[in-house]
Design a binder for this molecule. Structure first.
Ligand SMILES: NC(=O)c1ccc[n+]([C@@H]2O[C@H](COP(=O)([O-])OP(=O)(O)OC[C@H]3O[C@@H](n4cnc5c(N)ncnc54)[C@H](OP(=O)(O)O)[C@@H]3O)[C@@H](O)[C@H]2O)c1
Length: 318
C-alpha cells in the first residue's frame, strides 16, 4: 500500500526541446500543436483523478498553458505549483544550440516572475525556488527569503524548493535551517529520486515524518530507465526491470514509479508524460503492488550520485 499520489509536471509539455532520451521523432513542434497536446494531457489527467500540477516559468510556454487551462476549466479542486529562478531563453527555436534556461536567484527575478505566476492563484498552493544551490547563495539571500515568507502568509501558500545534483542532501539541510518566528520557511521539497539515484532516502524519510510535502521529479531518470544501449552500466538493471514489467503487465515506467511510491512513500511522484499514451502508461503505477524482495532488488540498482549526475549533465536537449 502507498498513500503517494501521482501529479503531472509540465516540463515536457511546454517547449519544443527538452532534456530526455527522445524516442519519438515525428513530433509537430509548432506552438499550436504543443498547446493543443498540453490541454489534452491536462484534461485527461484531471479526468483520471490527477489533482496536482507542477510547472515553472522556464518550461517554455508551460506556465502560460497551465494558466489558460486553469482559467478556462475553473476546477476548484486542483493544486498548482510553480517556481522562480530560471528564465526560458530558447525562444521556441527548434534545436536551439545555446543554454535554454538562465538561472537567476535574485530578489528582482523573484518579484518579476511572481507578478506573472500569481495569475495561478487561488489554485496556486506551492511556490518554489527552482534548483536552489549552495553556490547561488539563495538560501542565505535575506531579501529573497523574507519576500517568500511574506508571500507565504499573505497568500496562504506553501513555500518549497527544488534541488538537483550531487549536493541535494546538503541543500535540503541548509534549507531546513531557514526559520522565521520559530517556523521553518520551507514546507515542500521537490527532489530527484529514482531507481538509480536514491541517495536522499534518509533525509526525505525524516522530512516526511515531520509532515513536509515531498515531491519527486525525474522518477524515470529522464528516460534512462528504459533499455538503451548507450548506458552499458544499466544492462543488468534493464533485464530486471523488464522481468517485472512482464510479470505485472505494465511498462518499465510504471515499475519505476511504483518503486518510489512503496519504498519512499513521498507525497507526490510527478509524471513527466509528454502525451496521452505516456500518461496512461505512467498511471498504471497505481494499479499493482511490488513485493518486499522486489523493492529490495530495485533498491540495489542505485549508482553513485557522482556517476548519476555526470550522466545527467551529458544528456542533450532534443
Ligand atoms: N525543479 C526542477 O529542477 C525540475 C527538473 C526536472 C523536472 N522537474 C519536474 O518533474 C517533472 C517530471 O520530470 P521529467 O519529466 O524531467 O523527468 P522523468 O519523469 O524522469 O522523464 C520524463 C520523460 O520520460 C519519457 N517517458 C515518460 N513516460 C514514458 C513512457 N511510458 N514511455 C516512454 N517514455 C516515457 C518522456 O520522454 P519523451 O518526452 O522523450 O517521450 C518524458 O519526457 C517535470 O515535468 C517537472 O515538473 C523539475
Amino acid at each position: 500500500m502507498s498513500n503517494t499520489k501521482i501529479g503531472l509536471g509540465l516540463a515536457a509539455l511546454g517547449r519544443p526541446d527538452y532534456i530526455n532520451i527522445r524516442s519519438k521523432t515525428d513530433i509537430d513542434k509548432s506552438v499550436e500543436a504543443f498547446k493543443s497536446n498540453a490541454f489534452k494531457v491536462l484534461d485527461e489527467s484531471y479526468q483520471l483523478g490527477i489533482r496536482d500540477f507542477d510547472v515553472a516559468p522556464s518550461y517554455g510556454l508551460g506556465e502560460q498553458f497551465l494558466m489558460d487551462w486553469n482559467t478556462s476549466r475553473a476546477h476548484k479542486d486542483i493544486n498548482l505549483s510553480t517556481k522562480f529562478g530560471y528564465t526560458y531563453v530558447a525562444n521556441w527555436e527548434i534545436g536551439f544550440s545555446g543554454k535554454h534556461e538562465i538561472k537567476e536567484h535574485s530578489i528582482e527575478k523573484l518579484n518579476e516572475q511572481w507578478e506573472v505566476s500569481k495569475g495561478l492563484l487561488p489554485n496556486l498552493k506551492i511556490y518554489q525556488i527552482h534548483s536552489a544551490t549552495l553556490e547561488s547563495g539563495v538560501l542565505s539571500n535575506t531579501a529573497v527569503l523574507m519576500r517568500l515568507h511574506e508571500l507565504k502568509h499573505k497568500h496562504h501558500i506553501k513555500i518549497g524548493m527544488s534541488s538537483s545534483g550531487t549536493e541535494q542532501e546538503s541543500i535540503i539541510k541548509k534549507a531546513q535551517n531557514v526559520v522565521f518566528d520559530g517556523e521553518e520557511l520551507f514546507d515542500s521539497y521537490q527532489v530527484t529520486f529514482n531507481i538509480f539515484e536514491s541517495s536522499t532516502f534518509k533525509i526525505l524519510k525524516a522530512l516526511i515524518a515531520k509532515g513536509k510535502t515531498i515531491i519527486i521529479k525525474e522518477a524515470l531518470a529522464n528516460g534512462r530507465v528504459f533499455r538503451n544501449e548507450k548506458f552499458q552500466n544499466y544492462q543488468k538493471a534493464y533485464q530486471y526491470l523488464e522481468s517485472l514489467s512482464a510479470k505485472y503487465h505494465v511498462g518499465i515506467d510504471a515499475i519505476a514509479m511504483r518503486f518510489i511510491m512503496q519504498y519512499l512513500e513521498p507525497t507526490l511522484v510527478l509524471s513527466g508524460a509528454s502525451d496521452l499514451q505516456q500518461l496512461n502508461q505512467n498511471l498504471k503505477a497505481m494499479e499493482f503492488e511490488l513485493n518486499e524482495n522486489e523493492i529490495l532488488k530495485l533498491k540495489s540498482l542505485s549508482v553513485s550520485p557522482k556517476h548519476y549526475w555526470q550522466e545527467r549533465s551529458d544528456l542533450k536537449w532534443n
